[in-house]
Design a protein around this ligand. Structure first.
Ligand SMILES: [Fe+2]
Ligand SMILES: [Fe+2]
Length: 277
C-alpha cells in the first residue's frame, strides 16, 4: 500500500493492486452480509443458546440466529454463486463438445455435494459434544449426499473424470468448499442453507439447459448402469422425496432425473431455512 498526499492535503490510498482490492471487498462484503443477517442487536448472545434447542421456536424468536436472512444477503449469495460458477466453469471446463459437458457435470457434482458433508460433520460434532441432536437433519443430509454421489457415479461412467487436470482442479476446489461449508454452518446455518440453495438452483439451470439443447442426442444414448441401479432399485432414492421412480431407458431419462433431483435439493434447502434450528 502506498500512501501519498494530494494537493488538498488529504491522505489517500493511491496504489492498491486490483487483486488485493477485490479480495478486500470480497471479505468485507461477506463479513458485513453475514453479520447483517443478525437482525436484532442481542441475537448473537441469544443465538448461542438457541441453536441447540430441538423444538420449534416461538414466532417472535424466528429471527434468532440469522433468520430470516435479509433480501440483500440472499441476492448477494445468488450473484456470488453465479459469478464463481461462471468463472470456474467457463474458464476451465468450457467447450461445446459433449465430452466437455460431461467433464463440467462431473466437476459440478464433485464440488456441489460438499455442503452436505459439511453439515453432517458439524451435526456429528454437536452430537458428539452432547450439545444438540437432530437425527432428522442427519438423515435428510445423508440422503442428499447419497443422491449426489450417484450423480457423480453417473458422470464417472460417462468418463467425465477422464482428464487429470479436471480432477485436480475440481477436487481441490471441493476440499476448500468443504471447509467453507463448515464455517458457514457453524456460524449461521440459515446462511449456509441459503448459499447452498443458490448452488442447487444453478445446478438445476445447468442441467435444464443441457437437456433442452441436447434432447435428440440424449434420446439415442442408453442410460448408464449406475443410473439404473440407483433410480430403479435403490430404496434410498424413494426416501429422499415423494417422486415416483422415473423411467430409466435413455440418457435423456438420466439427465432429466438428475435435473429433478437438483430442483428437489433446492426445495429442501428452502424448507431448512424455514425450520426452527
Ligand atoms: Fe447433483
Ligand atoms: Fe444437488
Amino acid at each position: 500500500m502506498d500512501f501519498s498526499r494530494d494537493n488538498t492535503g488529504n491522505t489517500e490510498v493511491k496504489m492498491l493492486s486490483r487483486s488485493s482490492l477485490l479480495s478486500f471487498l470480497f471479505v468485507l462484503s461477506y463479513t458485513s452480509a453475514i453479520c447483517g443477517a443478525f437482525s436484532t442487536p442481542s441475537s448473537w448472545t441469544r443465538a448461542k443458546t438457541q441453536i441447540f434447542v430441538s423444538h420449534p421456536l416461538p414466532e417472535e424468536d424466528m429471527h434468532v440466529f440469522g433468520r430470516p436472512l435479509n433480501d440483500a444477503t440472499k441476492e448477494m449469495n445468488k450473484k456470488m454463486v453465479y459469478g464463481v460458477k461462471t468463472l470456474i466453469f467457463d474458464t476451465f471446463f468450457g467447450g461445446d463438445t459433449v465430452e466437455r459437458a460431461y467433464a463440467r457435470f462431473w466437476a459440478l457434482e464433485t464440488i456441489a455435494r460438499m455442503p452436505y458433508f459439511s453439515y453432517l460433520s458439524v451435526l456429528h460434532c454437536y452430537e458428539t459434544l452432547g450439545w444438540w441432536r437432530r437425527a432428522d437433519y442427519l438423515k435428510v443430509h445423508f440422503l442428499q449426499t447419497w443422491n449426489e454421489q450417484h450423480h457423480l457415479l453417473i458422470m464417472e461412467e460417462l468418463e467425465g473424470n477422464r482428464i487429470w487436470f479436471d480432477r485436480f482442479l475440481a477436487q481441490h476446489i471441493a476440499c476448500a468448499y468443504y471447509f467453507l461449508g463448515v464455517a458457514f454452518y457453524l456460524f449461521n446455518p440459515t446462511f449456509a442453507y441459503n448459499f447452498n440453495q443458490a448452488v442447487e438452483e444453478e445446478a438445476f439451470a445447468t442441467y435444464d439447459n443441457f437437456v433442452k439443447k441436447n434432447e435428440a442426442f440424449l434420446k439415442e444414448q442408453p442410460a448408464p448402469l449406475a443410473a439404473k441401479l440407483y433410480y430403479l432399485e435403490d430404496p434410498l432414492f424413494r426416501e429422499l422425496g415423494s417422486r415416483p421412480r422415473p423411467a430409466m431407458r435413455t440418457l435423456l431419462d438420466t439427465f432429466s432425473a438428475i435435473r429433478e433431483d437438483e430442483a428437489e435439493h433446492a426445495e429442501i434447502m428452502v424448507q431448512m431455512q424455514n425450520e426452527a434450528l
